[in-house]
Design a protein around this ligand. Sequence first.
Ligand SMILES: Cc1cc2nc3c(=O)[nH]c(=O)nc-3n(C[C@H](O)[C@H](O)[C@H](O)COP(=O)(O)O)c2cc1C
Length: 374
Amino acid sequence: MVDQETWENTVLQKLELPNGVIASNRIMRAATWMGQAEEDGIIGNTIIETYSKIRAGVVVTGFQYVMYEGQSIRRMVSNSKPSDVEGLKRLAGIIHSSGSLAAAQLVHCGSTSLPKYSGNDVYGPSDMEFPDPKGDTVQVKAMTVNHVEEVTQAYADAAKRAVEAGFDVIELHGAHNYGLWQFFDPTYNKRPVNDPYTGSTIEGRCKAMVDAVRAVKSAVDVPIQVKVDSSSKTVRPEEVGELTKKLAEAGAYCVIFSGPNPTQSPKDAGEAYFLDDAMVIRSIAHDSGLLFGLVGGIRSPETVVKLLTGDGNSAAAFDVIQLSRPLISEPALVHRWTEEAKVGKQEPARCISCNRCFGAGFKGKVQCVQFEGE
Ligand SMILES: Cc1cc2nc3c(=O)[nH]c(=O)nc-3n(C[C@H](O)[C@H](O)[C@H](O)COP(=O)(O)O)c2cc1C
């Protein structure tokens, strides 16, 4: 049970971003693809209606593709051409209308992009065969150095469009086996030692993500956060610690720790299931000046407060918490918890992490199926 005073002194503490812009609390809505863009990634009334209900200190959009070829799933939002600014303005506007700050998550999905968006050739760090969601084999071609530089520039151009549209924060998607993570992870990056993005050195593996932060930093004057995996089968958290330090040097203000298999059930994996790896990374990057965020299976107000206070050890405290599935089910969950704190009885998120919201996205749009109709 979290008492009202503790709730106010932790979760409802304002978060001042490096440019002085203030988020009203420490909970961010994690980037969540809603499968609700119109054809060609256009923002229409359906997605605007969905975002009108979400309440959080910062609302991070679902991943927006920065190049047409970099899409991995249907009905992603496009941020790949000048005419996208109009729709992005509506999106930032509706997020602001509830008092939240708006963050645009940017992605090029690399090897996991779908061939239909790239004229059949899928591009990633290295030549490889990749299973697509239907079980077919996709032949991935290694990007040339020029191509990687074009993608880096596409991140900067997309960030410019997002800021022109009114977004307050840029989040780079450096996790979940998409493009930027692929360059970091030797599973995907087998580029030779004489290549600037080589998979054989930590510098080469970090370069695509670090360059993307630098390019966005020089294009726009808003805070940049990066979502990274905290480990993988072939990456140790200690290596992510080195990456995290480089992201800070490049100009990121905050790193959010996720992981492979991001949508586990906290019943099986425990709440906050990336915490242990995240703590290893933090111990390496502790004096980088970064803010730290955590996502993955956080479900109860008690856990949120424990994470924000370090459970009594301020050196272990996180600055922000991200929630995804709980806010699909209850978009105003943070408001509910705040009201319940006033009467001394907070119930955990009702989300049971069944992931049927994802399945609904493939059929129509992402929504909570468990409590449909309530
Ligand atoms: C339907 C759905 C869509 C998602 N889309 C994204 C996305 O666009 N970008 C991203 O970084 N993570 C995405 N995620 C992962 C979430 O941001 C989050 O990392 C994960 O769900 C774990 O957090 P949770 O336990 O609070 O749901 C998605 C998750 C779900 C369920």
